[in-house]
Design a protein around this ligand. Sequence first.
Ligand SMILES: [Mg+2]
Length: 259
Amino acid sequence: MTKEELLGGCDLFLFDLDGTLYLADTPVAGAAEALARLREKGKRVVYLTNNSSKTGTEYEKKLRRLGLWGAGDAVYTSADATAEYLLSHYAKKRTHVLAAEPVREVFRAAGVLLDDAAPEVCVLAYDTTLTFAKMKAFNEFLAGGAVYIATHPDDVCPTDGVPMPDVGSFIALFARASGRTPQVVCGKPYPVMGECVARAFGCPPSRTCMVGDRLHTDIRFGNANGMRTLLVLSGETTRENMKNFPDTPDVILESVAEL
Ligand SMILES: [Mg+2]
């Protein structure tokens, strides 16, 4: 498929953030212009991230500061997808969310019934304010048989230096401690996120393009959910390490600047 066919065939463009639009705190050169060209063509721009340590509002602030945000844009995180999943499958169930306070507020505002004393459902999000006391309580809820849901599967979160432990690493920790693994993981590459995005933005997967730098999350997510996929080589993936993955994107570009 050519870049032109991809552009013509899609109305909704889902953008991964780190490695795709910026690297830590530096925008990818030409990214702002590429996003502006898409908006001029009437395409919807949505920022889609697995990182559940921040809220959509916090991401919007960062995207504005980096000069990437435009009118009509939206952010959708794995925490947003998880909240929607809870409302459609576990509405009115007492739910404990292991997350930073602003993210817990997102669940509360969405209508999830938060309960930290005797929850029926436990959500593992990316809590960068994690303490031993929180870990101990979460482990006890799991051991007690609560429904177990994780926001996303990433083992590590990219930084300028050594990648930080992310939710996937904590899933491994709780598996060792409690013997439990999540019954559902909501974020990329899993279908919960795909279904939620299609509903939230009213666009069928066949007219949606996922743009990202990771083959095993971004591109697998797009392919598994019937979307078009665009791999950019500005982040984790290189032409050399690409060969180690079974996932094939529809189009490959050096960076989003070529869009
Ligand atoms: Mg990325």
